[in-house]
Design a protein around this ligand. Structure first.
Ligand SMILES: [Zn+2]
Length: 332
């Protein structure tokens, strides 16, 4: 068997992960380009360490147009004091920083979708190089990993925290304990439609306790959704024994995505009329939305029917849909 020897990451950290106290710095990735010959991508990072204990790795901006995570993590990075911590907290508010700075889901540099780029490559595109640094440098430092998502510009979600069903039931149970501690209004046993290359999968395969969120969408945040994120991240750190104090408990409703019947995709594009709003219950066969062809009047709309009983957990956000778009996600 030949062994692939990977070169070192081109990314260098201006913070010392083993140092005590609070450090604000950057992950610097050299990126030579027309407007900056010896330029760099500078990814903000904060490390807070106080003695021995577990490490939590907290990330937002995996997709650049999802805002609750960055809001909660810029806030936490600014306010977390070393004395409050036992162990270490590594905060990267905007993982795919070029995408975050451009307000786009994927990187404007290479069109890289961070959450389809793992395990990454040290000699790949900018997005692959960032993924590789998380895969080989940051994930191995952590026991607990929280990666914030929301719907971005094209989806809108009920606010939930989530973990996946895993082969290792102890790892799965620890993740769902943190989901409960996060205390979002909904908590989800999440099914992925496209798990290859995901950060989630990379962390889980390394045995990490991994949780994620979907906290809204539409390419913005609300006071409510930002508040859920800010309270949730501190609750997770408390439940992990990293942050002093008790978890602020709150009521959560558990949801499950049992199989692929959760998802509905548009077979034609057009103007979408929602017939059910987020959180509303539906029965199998109910029409959750209809899509009008826009090229002519007088044509019948395409009906999007629920393939199962459940409630609407996510929906397409913009008023026009394209063929192939995910238009509705149900959960039970
Ligand atoms: Zn996302």
């Amino acid at each position: 068997m030949t062994e692939t020897i990977l070169r070192p990451s081109p990314i260098s950290a201006s913070v010392d992960f083993s140092a005590e106290g609070v450090q604000h710095g950057f992950l610097r990735l050299p990126y030579s380009r027309d407007d900056s010959a010896w330029g760099s991508v500078m990814i903000p990072i904060t490390v807070v360490r106080n003695g021995d204990g577990p490490t939590a790795l907290l990330t937002g901006g995996n997709h650049g147009d999802e805002y609750e995570g960055p809001i909660a993590l810029f806030d936490l990075a600014r306010t977390l004091a070393a004395e409050e911590v036992t162990g270490r907290v590594i905060i990267v508010p905007a993982m795919n920083y070029p995408a975050f700075a451009a307000g786009t889901r994927v990187s404007p540099i290479d069109k890289g979708n961070m959450n389809r780029s793992f395990p990454g490559r040290p000699d790949g595109t900018v997005t692959q190089k960032i993924a590789d640094y998380f895969q080989r440098e940051l994930l191995p430092l952590a026991e607990i990993v929280l990666d914030f998502h929301s719907g971005g510009k094209t989806l809108d979600f009920l606010p939930f925290c989530a973990a996946h069903i895993l082969p290792d039931k102890e790892q799965e149970a620890r993740a769902f304990e943190l989901v409960k501690a996060f205390g979002a209004p909904w908590s989800m046993k999440m099914l992925e439609i496209d798990a290859v290359g995901m950060y989630d999968t990379a962390a889980e395969e390394m045995g990490k306790v991994f949780i994620t969120t979907e906290l809204g969408g539409g390419g913005t945040a609300t006071a409510r959704s930002a508040g859920i994120a800010k309270r949730g991240v501190r609750n997770v750190l408390r439940a992990a024994g990293i942050l002093k104090g008790a978890v602020e408990t709150s009521k959560t409703e558990w949801l499950d995505m049992p199989d692929g019947d959760c998802f509905s995709f548009a077979e034609d594009g057009g103007l979408i009329e929602p017939l059910v709003d987020l959180g509303e219950k539906v029965r199998k066969g109910d029409v959750v939305a209809q899509i009008y062809p826009i090229a002519r009047t007088g044509a019948e709309p395409l009906e999007i029917k629920a393939k199962m009983d459940g409630l609407l957990a996510a929906r397409h956000f913009p008023g026009l849909v394209k063929q192939g778009d995910c238009v509705a996600v149900l959960a039970i």
